[in-house]
Write a protein that binds this ligand. Structure first.
Ligand code: BGC
Length: 370
């Protein structure tokens, strides 16, 4: 298998007007687009801006290829996106929310950007989704990979510790896209990395995802307050709209009169994955789209998964094929530690200390069902 890395510059016109992401010219010049391809019909494109997956092309049940990841054609659109949906990005240093943008380590209080109501979301103003990563393509027998590395400096976005991060995307011939996350720090810090692709298994821009059938291997979830911060309770999903232990369509109970659905404007919650052991890869989710027959399974070493069904998309953003991304036109399944873990002593810890290694893996497996 020949490694096909397309060093396509995404911009030709110099540095465009940039909003919050203050990228230096030399960094901007190093933004490239990389392609991983396998011999089973899959192609995945990744840019080293934000470690963003810009497209995932997979066959449907008739062998017809389609792009199932929401995104843009040009890097400027990722940089300048008004409502910052985090399409395809690696989110960090801390994915999801930290209450009031504060946590304490060893008696010291750290203050982070408050960028989501009164809380901190997705690593702050310039999180890992808005920086330029170093990229190293790799390949072996039956796989191609892209290793992305980034050094988040001590106190960058208010977090302590120089954090050396690597995220490796590997595509194999079994239509598995594996994401391996590694990190080390020189001061105790909190870390929670995730992948924020919005999927629509019918194809990006092809309407809503409400008819997709979803199974979540989770008998509990973490209910939240009105600002999406967990109350600390691990609530049973049984007999609630949050029960996806048996596959059902995403739309089936989304409009039920349930306080958590009102707070989330639909599903936007963390599920507690049912695991047999604490560490191994465990099935977290399976999604099936009946018209195309596409199936996606997610396995992870993480304890939780955020299921967010694109409640904040509203048709204003237009994607790669020019079609509007309507409300619930894509869903994210973000493997993670639970939101606000730094302030919730009963949740699995997100603390990383010097000398320790942060190591997690998530696999997205694609197939079809007639
Ligand atoms: C969050 C949503 C948020 C979305 C885009 C998801 O991870 O749970 O509340 O709107 O990311 O920022």
């Amino acid at each position: 298998m020949k490694l096909q890395i397309l060093f396509l510059m995404m911009i030709f016109l110099g540095v465009p007007q940039m909003s919050s992401a203050a990228i230096k010219t030399e960094d901007f010049d190093s933004i490239k687009l990389y392609t991983l391809k396998n011999n089973s019909g899959m192609t995945v494109k990744i840019t080293n801006y934000g470690a963003i997956i810009t497209s995932i092309i997979v066959p449907d049940k008739n062998g017809k290829a389609g792009d199932i990841a929401l995104g843009y054609n040009r890097v400027e659109d990722y940089i300048n996106a008004v409502d910052k949906p985090y399409f395809g990005a690696i989110v960090g240093r801390y994915g999801n929310r930290i209450a009031k943008g504060q946590f304490e380590i060893d008696g010291e209080t750290y203050s982070l950007a408050v960028n989501n109501g009164e809380n901190h979301l997705h690593g702050g103003t310039i999180g890992f989704d808005k920086v330029v990563w170093n990229a190293e393509p790799m390949e072996g027998n039956g796989w191609q990979a892209l290793k992305l590395t980034y050094l988040a400096k001590d106190m960058e976005e208010g977090y302590p510790g120089n954090l050396e991060v690597s995220v490796t995307y590997t595509l194999n011939n079994k239509n598995e896209l594996k994401v391996d996350y590694l990190a080390t720090t020189d001061k105790a810090t909190h870390i929670n990395l995730t992948q924020h692709t919005y999927f629509n298994l019918k194809g990006e821009g092809e309407g809503t995802i409400l008819d997709h059938e979803l199974m979540l291997n989770a008998s509990k979830y973490t209910p939240t307050d009105s600002g999406a911060i967990p109350t600390g309770e691990l609530a049973e999903v049984k007999e609630t709209p949050f029960d996806f232990t048996k596959a059902k369509t995403i739309g089936k109970e989304i409009d039920e009169d349930h306080q958590q659905l009102i707070y989330g404007l639909g599903y936007d919650h963390n599920w507690v994955i049912d695991r047999e052991d604490e560490e191994g890869l465990t099935l977290a989710a399976r999604v099936h789209e009946p018209t195309t027959g596409r199936v996606m399974e997610i396995e992870t070493t993480e304890p939780g998964i955020q299921f967010y069904c694109g409640n904040f998309l509203d048709g204003r953003l237009k994607g790669k094929s020019g079609k509007p991304y309507v409300k619930r036109g894509g869903f994210c399944l973000e493997t993670q530690h639970y939101p606000d873990s730094p302030n919730q002593p009963n949740f699995p810890s997100t603390l990383l200390k010097p000398g320790e290694e942060y190591e997690t893996t998530t696999v997205f497996r694609f197939s079809t069902k007639k």
